[in-house]
Structures are given as structure tokens and as C-alpha cells.
Ligand binder design. Structure first.
Ligand code: ZN
Length: 481
């Protein structure tokens, strides 16, 4: 997510790339379902990942979604599970919708769940407990009412000006880790979802006049019916609007699609170029994006942009062009590497994806405009921002949960001070080892969930030293604790 409107980037010599000449529609590269052909074996790499089969009936006129879902869940932990959770994110204040689950069956038997956290979590007691390696199948019906304004958050779930944004519109199983089940209501700022990679087969019905943009790869619609597959991904998001302008480009084997309102075609072209250049830069610096498609879509979100697997939304307020659009697109595309392929606890350790997405965005600028421009951005947007935090006695540790900051501090500490950790590490070990660390971290944590220790492990493997002093200084330390 990109949460604040602070980054102006009015640097001389840092203008957006020129609008390219219209390109013909690309021939899609070879893909195996949602993955590029060379990553097809990844589908077999996660036998215990949850498998979702979902039917969604989207009714924009009624701002409503009805659905059915079956989930096959394997206990991939080393301990028996006495309970299982479903998250109903539409019921959180940030989303401002209403989700109801009915006809819940566990291995074919009716079960009565216990609602927790204002109805945003359903707890299912398992008797007997689910042994390690054992499997259960859940099935359920559900309905979701989508609010016009989209709650207190960033209009993740909203119907605004005919754009239906549908994040987390199905019941999602959260992560069980060393803390147990991660079930909490995150602040309305910041990202709310922490989930494992899974396999998604989703059928969508909607009025045939709608254009569907979704995670993964979807069939050409037939009479308002789409079939989508997305895997291995940690979420499934979709956006619908009656008529989107679209243009596509293939870069490094990935089809990048830009969807914009028909009046914003020029902004849509700029978005396509930035997204394609960002995919090329991050592929080169970190490693390949394994999926066949990446969609970048204009919506009424109140964040600058929000990341989902294979899909990022960008605020329609930015499509007039300019540097802020470029920064936000490059930031959200970076999340496909950090959050998407390499997951993390976005609620409790947001720096691991947000500060890294910010530093990756800087690297996109460096690749596109050169080292001098990048140095100016570091100085003004990161170093001076941090100095101003210290001067106003607001400096805080970067490595805290979202809830430890108020909204302005979340943005300035995690997004502006946080990237200085990566910059300091790069300065200490040099470019060659630094980018080796990034590729090692990416490769070792693909489709998994990384922690700060996973990042330090990559530093240790590459350099023989975790350089913990830098981590303590920049992530754990603060001038004004
Ligand atoms: Zn972000």
C-alpha cells in the first residue's frame, strides 16, 4: 500500500518517461495456468497449501456479491490444531461492508462457528484436533454487501463511480505461526491481511457489460461468466467496471496490462510504461516474477495504490500524470516481490514489505534516471525526512506493528526512515554483495513468509556476517524511544 501524499518528487531531471507510441496487442507468452511455463513446477511445490474453489456472483446494481466456497485445508504445522479460523474482512471498520456466512460444513457436517472481533473472524472448534498433515474440507455460502464509501480505510471494498473494488470478498483462512492464529483487527491505515499462499479457482458471474480485472489469469468472458486461476498466491482480488481502456505489453515473459477509465487513456499509457520498466528492473535486480500476468488498474481507492497478488490498484486522483503517479506505480509493482512472492506479517512487521518496496522504488528510479537522481531522492525523501523526525522528537523504531504508530508516523517512520536500513547495508557491503543479498532473500523465501530473521539470514549467507549492528540501529533503534 502507499499511504501518504507526501512524496512530491519534483526533482529536476526526474520527469516521467515520454508516452510511447501505441503498441499492438502482444501475443501472450506461453503460460501454464497462472504461471509462466518455466515456473510450472512451482504448482507442485506446495502440496499443503490451502485450495480455494470459489463461485462469485457480482451484482453491481445492488452493490452485492453472493458466493459459494470450498476450501481444502491441510495442517502444515507441527502441532495439532484445536481450532480453525476464517477471516471476514468486509466486516472490519476499514472495509465498511457486511459479510454473512451460512451453510458452513466441515467435512460435510454442519458446524456452528463462534463470531469474534466484531464478526470479522469466525472460530471453528475442531474435535478431535486436526493432526499435523491431516486435511479438512470446509464449504460455505456467503453474501457481501459493498458500501458506497468503502469504510474507514482506503476503499478496498467499495462501489465508487461505477468501479466495484472487491478485496477479500471471500472468507480467508489466516496464518497460524509461532504466535498461534494471527487474528486481529488492524488499524484502518496500513494493510490488514496476513495470509499463506494458496491455490485459487474462481468462477465469476457479472453483467456482460462489465470488464473484470482479477488476480491470476482469467478466461475470455462468455455471457458474463469468467473462469480464473491464481496460484500460488496469498489472496485473490478483483475489480469490475463497465468499460475499461486497456493496453498491454510483454516484458521478461510477463504480460503487463494497464486498465484505465476511458477518459484517462494518457495516464493509462504512462502507467503501462512505468509498470513494464519496473518489472524489468526488479527482475534484473531481485529475480523473476513467476506469474504470467500483472494487472495495474485505476480505481477510486483512497490510498495512492494498493497491492494484491498479480493485481495492483492505483488511485484515479493520480492519472493526470506526474511524478507521484510514477512513484506509486513503481512502489506497488515492487510489492509483487515483497508481500506477493515473499510474504510477511503486514500487520505486525510492515517494514519488511513497505520499507523494502520503498527502497525498491528508489532502485527503479536509479535504473531509469541514474545514480544522481537516486542520490537526490535518498537525501530529500529519506535522510531529511528522518532528520526532521529526530528534530521534532518523533523518531521511532521502524520494526514495530502498524498499531504502534499513528497514521502520519506510520508513513514517516516505516516508509521514509525504513529504507535507510537497506541503504546503509548497501553502503557497508557494496553493490555486488547487496544485490546478491536481495536475490538470495527472494529465492529462499519464495511463496513463504519471511521474518526479519529471514532477511538477516540472507545477509549472513552472502557476506558471512549478519551486520546486525545496522539492523539494531535502523530497525530497532530510535533517537526518541
Ligand atoms: Zn506499500
Amino acid at each position: 500500500m502507499f499511504v501518504a501524499f507526501w512524496m512530491l518528487l519534483l526533482l529536476a531531471g526526474c520527469s516521467p518517461p515520454s508516452t510511447p507510441a501505441p503498441t499492438p496487442q502482444p501475443t501472450a507468452p506461453q503460460a501454464v495456468g497462472p504461471l509462466r511455463a518455466e515456473f510450472a513446477a512451482d504448482l507442485d511445490a506446495l502440496p499443503a497449501a490451502p485450495r480455494y474453489a470459489i463461485d462469485l456472483d457480482v451484482n453491481p446494481a445492488a452493490a452485492r456479491v453472493t458466493g459459494q466456497q470450498q476450501v481444502r485445508y491441510t495442517n502444515a504445522e507441527e502441532v495439532p490444531l484445536e481450532e480453525l479460523y476464517l477471516r471476514l474482512f468486509p466486516n472490519t471498520p476499514a472495509y465498511g461492508g457486511a459479510m454473512t456466512v451460512t451453510h458452513l460444513l466441515l467435512d460435510g457436517q454442519p458446524v456452528t462457528p463462534t463470531a469474534e472481533l466484531g464478526g470479522s473472524a469466525l472460530r471453528l472448534d475442531l474435535e478431535p484436533a486436526l493432526a499435523p498433515g491431516a486435511v479438512v474440507t470446509l464449504s460455505m455460502n456467503f453474501t457481501v454487501s459493498v458500501s458506497a464509501g468503502g469504510g474507514l480505510g482506503y476503499a478496498q471494498l467499495a462501489l465508487i463511480d461505477g468501479v466495484m473494488s472487491l478485496a477479500n470478498v471471500y472468507p480467508l483462512i489466516p496464518v497460524y505461526d509461532d504466535e498461534g492464529w494471527n487474528v486481529e483487527v488492524a488499524p484502518p491505515y496500513g494493510d490488514a491481511v496476513y495470509s499463506d499462499c494458496g491455490f485459487y479457482t474462481v468462477r465469476v458471474s457479472a453483467p456482460p457489460t462489465e470488464t473484470l480485472v482479477a488476480s491470476g489469469s482469467c478466461s475470455v468472458p462468455a455471457q458474463g461468466q469468467w473462469s480464473c486461476v491464481a496460484a500460488p498466491v496469498r489472496d485473490f482480488a478483483l475489480v469490475l467496471r463497465a468499460g475499461y481502456w486497456r493496453e498491454s505489453r510483454v516484458v521478461d515473459g510477463v504480460t503487463v496490462n494497464s486498465y484505465a477509465y476511458p477518459d484517462d487513456e494518457e495516464g493509462g499509457r504512462l502507467v503501462l510504461q512505468v509498470a513494464a520498466d519496473a518489472v524489468a528492473a526488479y527482475t534484473d535486480l531481485f529475480g523473476p516474477y513467476p506469474y504470467a500476468e500483472l494487472d495495474v488498474v485505476e480505481t477510486g481507492t483512497r490510498a495512492g495504490g494498493i497491492e494484491y497478488p498479480g493485481l495492483v490498484v492505483i488511485s484515479d486522483q493520480l492519472y493526470g500524470g506526474g511524478n507521484r503517479l510514477e512513484w506509486v506505480v513503481a512502489h506497488e509493482v515492487a510489492h509483487q516481490w515483497w508481500y506477493g512472492v515473499v510474504g510477511n506479517d503486514q500487520v505486525d512487521e510492515p517494514w519488511l514489505d513497505e520499507a523494502l518496496a520503498q527502497y525498491s522504488t528508489l532502485l527503479y528510479y536509479e535504473a531509469t534516471y541514474g545514480a544522481e537522481t537516486a542520490a537526490s531522492i535518498v537525501e530529500r525523501d529519506f535522510v531529511q525526512a528522518h532528520q526532521s523526525l529526530v528534530a521534532t522528537r518523533q523518531d521511532r523504531a521502524v520494526g514495530l506493528p502498524v498499531s504502534a504508530y499513528d497514521q502520519p508516523l506510520y508513513s514517516s517512520v516505516v516508509y521514509r526512515k525504513g529504507p535507510l536500513y537497506f541503504h546503509a547495508l548497501r553502503g557497508e557491503v557494496g553493490d555486488e554483495l547487496f544485490f546478491d543479498i536481495m536475490r538470495t532473500y527472494y529465492r529462499r523465501n519464495r511463496y513463504g513468509i519471511a521474518t526479519p530473521e529471514s532477511f538477516l539470514a540472507a545477509v549472513q549467507i552472502v557476506t558471512g556476517d549478519a551486520h546486525e549492528g545496522l539492523y539494531e540501529e535502523w530497525i530497532l533503534g530510535a533517537a526518541n524511544p
